[in-house]
Design a binder for this molecule. Structure first.
Ligand code: G4P
Length: 525
């Protein structure tokens, strides 16, 4: 197969949801279709249970498990599917943000009893930054849930995107009868038998089929009315709008019962985008270019202090990646080759000889990589679109063991390269500030500094609302602002100016007072 064919048959995406909506269950069912696993339960949930903070080692252990399922590649109907896993725990949301930079589209799972929840809203904002195409799976129809019209309305409002149903449920909960597939124009009847297996469903293609009444009873009339209404209210599905991130097609089903999942997958493969182009600072890189390029979007460290090795996950952007071939590490300006690049199939890891655009390669790393690094065949490219997001929590980090100053500095630097948290240095006095998305990371950092680097740290409280990157063409205002806010200014790791806004109010005031300055909650805009 040539490069173009390899590109066109690839679908690289992430499944995102609020914890408990059914992401793990859906992932597992998709893997069952692909034959990547044979029984349900083979995918370890990467869901990190809510535990007391003293139990964070358990959390890291669970997180360790998830490395095996970081990328799940499998073949199905001639397609190569790459599902990029995202952490279930909200405290690791930044991992998820970064993973979203490496996918071409997203499936959002929503619990039909709950509608859109907070985490989904946040993740959707990240998708919107790049107009990532999203498709929605309304899950748990076998349970009593919200009315489907209400759910569509909820998604449209909460996620701020036009929706279009491509399937329609017949009731829910104990009276759940099935789903009408608007994409293929057929009715699938729900028959909850063996939940462990890929299940064949009864299909009815003609709405006037007498079996409609037989199977659906009174719901048959309701379904016909609903379908007539949908035709009237919603425009025909336009795949271009989906690909532009303007419309989200919606499917209904039950992941646990493997119902509506095959329809979702088949339609998804049909409409979802194949590997896209990526923007580098220098130029746009197209996947069909002959020469290889890729970037690191995730680094996973081994928690074992005796093996302080890491895996750097590289998304292939263009060309063919090959084992044992020299590639250029742009930031370090040197060539490196990799003797055991790995790919991930369900919960197995294997050494591969080649990879194509859309694939993710795991590279064994002894500390050479940081997030955002680019590999090429020599060209100096710097991929964009891997921004830092403003953390939610901030604390001063102080050295607690004067003899271990160097170890602490090295430890902090390496942990930040991995993307565990963000480091800011106050411009006024040089004090270091750690920013995280969740409280858990503070514990993780302290533990890892001690066990992997022999360094001790302590934290001191600091009241910051958000980290804001800012720019302006008005140098006078910029100067004034910097002078007035000097005690709240910091540098991020790339030495960019950041305003650590003390409160939402202070930020609003700053915006009002300095109208020519633009403030951003991400480092790329
Ligand atoms: P997550 O990865 O999004 O956090 O969710 P996960 O798949 O782990 O699912 C959360 C819970 O919801 C699980 O139950 C799962 O079995 C259940 N679930 C998923 N899909 C459906 C569905 O279509 N219908 C129903 N009724 N339940 C569903 P649990 O009790 O937390 O875990 P388990 O003990 O069943 O594994």
């Amino acid at each position: 197969m040539d490069l173009l064919q390899e590109i066109e048959r690839r679908r690289t995406f992430a499944i995102i949801s609020h914890p408990d909506a059914g992401k793990t269950t859906l992932t597992e069912k998709l893997l069952l279709f692909g034959g990547a696993i044979h029984v349900a339960g083979a995918v370890k949930s990467n869901k990190i249970r809510k535990t007391a903070t003293s139990d964070f080692m358990e959390i890291e252990r669970q997180r360790g498990i998830s490395v095996a399922t970081s990328v799940m590649g499998f073949e199905y109907k001639g397609y190569k599917i790459n599902i990029l896993d995202t952490p279930g725990h909200e405290d690791f949301a930044e991992d998820t943000y970064r993973t979203l930079t490496a996918v071409d589209s997203v499936i959002i799972v929503i619990d039909s009893a709950k509608g859109v929840e907070s985490q989904t809203r946040k993740l959707m904002n990240v998708c919107r930054m790049r107009n990532t195409p999203v498709l929605v799976f309304m899950n748990k129809l076998d349970r009593p849930g919200l009315d489907p019209y209400e759910l569509l309305d909820n998604v449209e409002k909460e996620l701020n995107i036009d929706v279009i149903p491509l399937s329609w449920p017949v009731s829910n909960g104990p009276t759940f009868k099935g789903v009408y597939n608007l994409y293929e124009e057929k009715l699938d009847l729900f028959d909850p038998v063996d939940k462990q297996r890929v299940q064949e469903t009864t299909e009815i293609r003609d709405l006037d089929d007498p079996r409609m009444e037989h199977y659906l009873g009174d719901f048959a009339r309701k379904l016909k009315e609903d379908l007539a209404f949908i035709k009237e209210v919603f425009p025909p599905f336009d795949v271009k709008k989906y690909l532009a991130g303007q419309t989200a097609p919606v499917f209904f089903g039950s992941a646990l019962n493997n119902f509506g999942v095959r329809e979702l997958l088949d339609c998804f493969l049909d409409i979802a985008p194949y590997p896209r182009s990526f923007e580098a600072s220098e130029r746009i890189v197209v996947p069909s270019e002959k020469t290889f390029s890729g970037f690191v979007f995730k680094i996973h460290a081994n928690m074992d202090p005796n093996h302080r090795d890491r895996i750097a996950f590289v998304r292939v952007v263009s060309g063919r990646f090959m084992r044992n071939v020299n590639y250029h590490h742009v930031r370090q300006n040197r060539d490196m080759k990799f003797s055991s690049p790995t790919a991930f199939m369900a919960n197995k890891k294997s050494v591969i000889d080649e990879a194509w655009p859309g694939d993710v390669v795991g590279l064994h790393d002894t500390g050479n990589f940081k997030i955002g690094d680019t590999l090429t065949e020599g060209e100096k490219l710097h991929f964009k679109g891997i921004p830092s997001f403003s953390p939610e929590l901030f604390r001063y980090i102080e050295n607690a063991d004067p003899l271990k100053y160097k170890q602490l500095a090295t430890g902090i630097e390496q942990l930040m390269d991995e993307g565990v948290a963000q480091l800011f240095t106050l411009q006024s006095n040089g004090r270091k500030v750690i920013g995280t998305v969740g409280a858990l990371q503070f514990e993780v950092i302290q533990y890892r500094l001690l066990h992997e680097y022999g360094a001790s740290c302590r934290y001191e409280p600091l009241q910051v609302y958000k980290a804001c990157w800012f720019v302006s063409d008005n140098s006078k205002q910029l100067e004034d602002f910097k002078l007035r806010k000097s005690q709240y200014l910091a540098w991020d790791k790339e030495h960019r100016d950041v305003y650590l806004a003390e409160s939402a109010y202070a930020l609003e005031m700053a915006k009002e007072k300095f109208p020519d300055i633009r403030f951003y909650f991400t480092s790329e805009f």
